[in-house]
Design a protein around this ligand. Sequence first.
Ligand SMILES: [Zn+2]
Length: 779
Amino acid sequence: MKLRSIFAVIACSLPLTALAEVGSGAKKFAQLGHLLDTPTEVRLASGAPGPDYWQQRADYKIDVTIDDTRQHLTGRETITYYNQSPHSLKYIWLQVDQNRFRPDSDDMLTKTAPNFEKYPYSSMAGLLYRMEFQGGVNNFKITDAEGNALPFTENKTMVRIDLPQPLKAGEQFVFNVAWDHAIVDATKFARGGYEFFEKNGNYIYEIAQWFPRVAAYTDYEGWNNKQFLGNGEFTLELGDYEVAITVPADHIVAATGVLQNAEDVLSRKQLKRYEEAQSADELMFIVTPEEAAQREQGSTSVESTWVFKAENVRDFAFASSRKFIWDAQSTPSGDKNVMAMSFYPNEAEPLWSQYSTASIVHTMEVYSRYTFEYPYPVSISVNGPVGGMEYPMITFNAPRPYDDGTYWDVSQKDHRESWSRSKYGLISVIIHEVGHNYFPMIVNSDERQWTWMDEGMNTFLQYIAEQEWEENYPSRRGPPENMTEYMTSGNVVPIMTNSESILQFGNNAYGKPATALNILRESIMGRELFDYAFAEFANRWKFKRPTPADFFRSMEDASAVDLDWFWRGWFYGTDYVDVAISDITQFTVDSRDPEVEKAWQKAKDDELEPTLSDQRNENLERLVDKYPALNDFYNDYDDYTVTPWDYAQYEKTLKALSDKEKALLAMDKHFYTVTFDNLGGLVTPLPLRISYADGATEEMQIPAEIWRRNAEQVTKLFVSEREITAIEIDPYRSTADADVYNNSWPRKVKTSRFRLHMDSSKPNHMRRDEKTNWEKKDK
Ligand SMILES: [Zn+2]
């Protein structure tokens, strides 16, 4: 039984929540311990790379030709593989991602049936196309440096090359690979491929995952040769690239790296502009919209070869088309200049020349502030068929206006329905994809295992960059309240789930981790501690390979904030945040003075209204009225009369007290015990706003550690000279609390609106044909 007041003993039933599991807090606050990899001298317990840290390296020299008449790619590459591990390697694994496009690939065979209710035309077209497309590599040849064939074994998207003798620690191995493959139609949901334009019969190529790449060999996983099933992206080694790209001579090519032979492939006019653009601090065209429009009406059988070099990148992608407009602007990054460039067809105008390169520049400026200076010489955004995809120095971004050039549609009830054609859709996707240069292109996390490590961190910084673009920028991910519907949906797996098994991909790997980091920054660590630790993590691991443990540990190591409970709840669990104020009791001190206390008790009892029976019995003739002889002392006695015995007790009490103790009896303070119920299960800090009877308000934040003993229900004491009139949890919606209506005491009235509809849509049950029509319409 709980006392509502130390004077009035009012029986109350045991609240259900009092059954809270004893020690539930210990589980939620247990250190992650064995959930994290055991620290080594390669990866330290602090979350930093250790003195024994190592990673492999692979350099590539590639010749590639795009056949524009039959959408086919032919390549030859020389790979120099550096074994920088302390181990001897018997074989090298290659990733051949194009094999995913074979009709009998694991990706295709393990696809489960789509939901045919409300199945879009585009999905049906894509489904049939993918079933028929003859993708995958052909004419695969692997030779050593001298041209001798090397034995290899193909296992779906992975190929094992058996080395003539083991490659010892510190040694390098040079080998050649030749192959060709059909280029996929990227409008049918691929990360790279072609887009066909009926008018003038032109193509835009966005070429990615196109060359066999060495699989990563790491200290934490050995060979990372988990098959490519489509969702889990890439785990790659860093290295230097020299790539010669042969395309029709009237194409413009954009690629990872710096163009080496501009004088061979550009017209004199373009070359002059290209050189001018190297130091242009305002946007300028290298190929103008008019020139692109002119060019796309022709074609040629002559070829030209564009040569690019890129240092310290983990991948290489490129785009090619005769439709490309090319704009550029030079922007400082540290003591060097970066060329921000965009390539897009006239169909992308007027949106692209206004927003694309500006978005690149903005992204680099914001992200660099939170991590490290952008280290590469170029940063590119290309418009084509791929929705949004990132590669080192180059990104593919699909948003494009409607055919009439407009890029908003007020006839859509929700601007998100036209999001992909809006300027915000474009700016957001460019910020996101350019942002991926930081995570995972430079902070080289393992995408095939942990999608959140690059998508979540990147989406978190994307939110910051969006909010720096303009006030009230319509960010979709980042604000805590946008995540509560997902977190309470039930169809949820932990963030720490392998990429291929994630449910609700975007919410799990992008939205929730971005929200978690935002809450960590704003509500738990504060901006100063968070920003320092986050930048420390990024700098520790740039051009290296962090695991989740390295991130979790670095954030604590650099901040002195114990966050194991946070990682456990947000990253390893599926609970959501919902805290309710379930009970408040006000206490004041019993003065022991019978005059004061009996008066207090009388006032309290007088507050009680007479019961219905008492009211109705008021004029009842009682027995003692009829027979007054039945009255005695008790009939006249007032319970609230202060008696000599009361005085004697009071004096006795006072006598036993010191002056300090007497002062405590006399104090005029209010003690409030406030009970919080954790209904969502996720432990969370409690930002509070307290309102007082004099109209003042006070804000404070209780750290999440309040839940460390009992994670289901806690009672907190508040002491005040003033009377509290209201308490509210999370007034600024900063904790992703799923039900805000139980956050207030006293409770607020829920407000909502409903809409009345015309009666005419009711079926007439007398007429069967009408009923049938109605049923159809309402489906
Ligand atoms: Zn992404």
